[in-house]
Design a protein around this ligand. Structure first.
Ligand code: NAD
Ligand code: MG
Length: 386
């Protein structure tokens, strides 16, 4: 029986994880879970999964839920997330919160010796160096949940590291892949939230359209697989069937293919190296898909992808700034405080505004993350919607 802490249980990844877990009740048990604000949905999950511990977003939620579920322990905010992730009985923490709020509980879980099934890519972008160092030191596994990274992880199985020439991450292109930069001036939130292939949380859907998501994934891949940025390539693949590839020295390509169904990488992260069937409404059938297309990525069309390589190569807290600025800008766009192209402008400006060149510590990285958020929030307040 694998005992799981699920951070971000009410989200898109959280819901798919619960699907996987409840389909194998003899193999998995949710020991603890967290959710931020949706108390109705959260209560349904508590009833369904009967966890020992629940982390919630506010004191009011804690009071209300403690009355309804007197046998369950509750905690609030960061304390709740950390406690949920570090309970003695937990074996693996599935990090499905959105944003860099995932960093502290992930670090705490690693220090407590828990394996990590990592969906929350922002954590690795913000502080990859420290997360990976801690994982090595504490001998814990970080198993990718992100579909591209799960694909690469699967392709790398059994390969000698020096056989690898490069990683090739596929990108669907997001909601605006067929629009020009000129067209982007007038796009709406509603249009941005319509992803052609995947149904996901709001932030990652916006990030997919700006190609910020792919930028975050490039940095995530660098840390997960220890591969230099020069050896990470991105290719546009509109079907999202090839989840990603590796290229070997002799020119051979290995790819992992499948449906756009996050239950597959989630389950593999939880059962690795075992594989188990997944019940599907419709079988994956390549003959129904017929054609797969690949195109070169246009870095001028998608400047956030180009910027990911720049900040990644600069290292230090540059990726932290890139991520923090985007979290604020994407949230402001979702709240309709700024227009679409302002997301990119704010991220670009925050990165240009950051000029540190010295080595940074984890404590400084956390400070820089906070400071970047404050600065970008101020810019948004001063300038408003342009
Ligand atoms: P979502 O918005 O659907 O869900 C986010 C979850 O985090 C919710 O349970 C919410 O209650 C919780 N949360 C939000 N803000 C919080 C806060 N401040 N403190 C504590 N909890 C908070 O997001 P999602 O689409 O499920 O994505 C979750 C993570 O997984 C992200 O890092 C995303 O990049 C990554 N990911 C998602 C997908 C996908 O298909 N959705 C694929 C790959 C990676
Ligand atoms: Mg992905």
């Amino acid at each position: 029986m694998k005992k799981i802490a699920l951070l971000g249980a009410t989200g898109s990844i959280g819901t798919s994880t619960i699907d996987v877990v409840t389909s194998y009740p003899d193999l998995f048990q949710i020991i603890s879970l967290t959710f931020h604000s949706n108390i109705e949905e959260g209560s349904i999950l508590i009833e369904k999964l009967n966890p020992q511990y629940v982390g919630v977003g506010s004191k009011e939620m804690e009071i209300e839920l403690s009355q309804r579920f007197p046998n369950i322990a509750f905690g609030v905010g960061e304390v709740g997330l950390i406690k949920a992730a570090t309970l003695d009985t937990v074996d693996v923490v599935l990090t499905a919160v959105s944003g860099s709020v995932g960093l502290k509980p992930t670090m705490a879980a690693i220090e407590a010796g828990k394996d990590i099934a990592l969906a929350n890519k922002e954590t690795l972008v913000m502080a990859g160096k420290w997360v990976i160092e801690a994982a090595i030191k504490n001998n814990v596994n970080i198993l990718p949940v992100d579909s591209e990274h799960s694909a690469i992880f699967q392709c790398l199985e059994g390969q000698k590291k020096d056989n690898l020439k490069e990683l090739m991450i596929t990108a669907s292109g997001g909601s605006f892949r067929d629009l020009s930069r000129e067209d982007l001036k007038s796009v709406t939130l509603e249009q941005a939230l319509k992803h052609p292939n995947w149904s996901m949380g709001k932030k990652i859907t916006i990030d997919s359209s700006t190609m910020m998501n792919k930028g975050l994934e490039v940095i995530e891949a660098h840390w997960l697989f220890g591969v230099d940025y020069d050896k990470i390539k991105v290719v546009l693949h509109k079907e999202s069937i090839v989840h990603s590839m590796i290229v070997l020295k002799d020119g051979a390509y290995l790819a992992q293919l499948g449906a756009s169904d996050m239950r597959e990488p989630i389950q593999y992260a939880l059962t690795y190296p075992t594989r188990l069937p997944i019940k599907k409404e419709k079988e994956f059938d390549l003959t129904q898909i017929g054609q797969l297309n690949f195109e070169a990525m246009d870095f001028e069309r998608f400047p956030m992808l180009k910027l990911a390589f720049t900040v990644g190569k600069k290292g230090g807290a540059y990726p932290t700034v890139y991520n923090a600025a985007n979290e604020i800008a994407a949230a402001a766009f979702i709240n309709e405080q700024i227009s679409y192209l302002q997301i990119e402008q704010l991220v670009q400006r925050a990165v240009e505004n950051y000029t540190e060149t010295t080595e940074v510590t984890l404590a400084q990285v956390i400070e820089i993350d906070k400071k970047t958020r404050t600065i970008v929030e101020r810019w948004i307040k001063e300038e408003g919607r342009l």
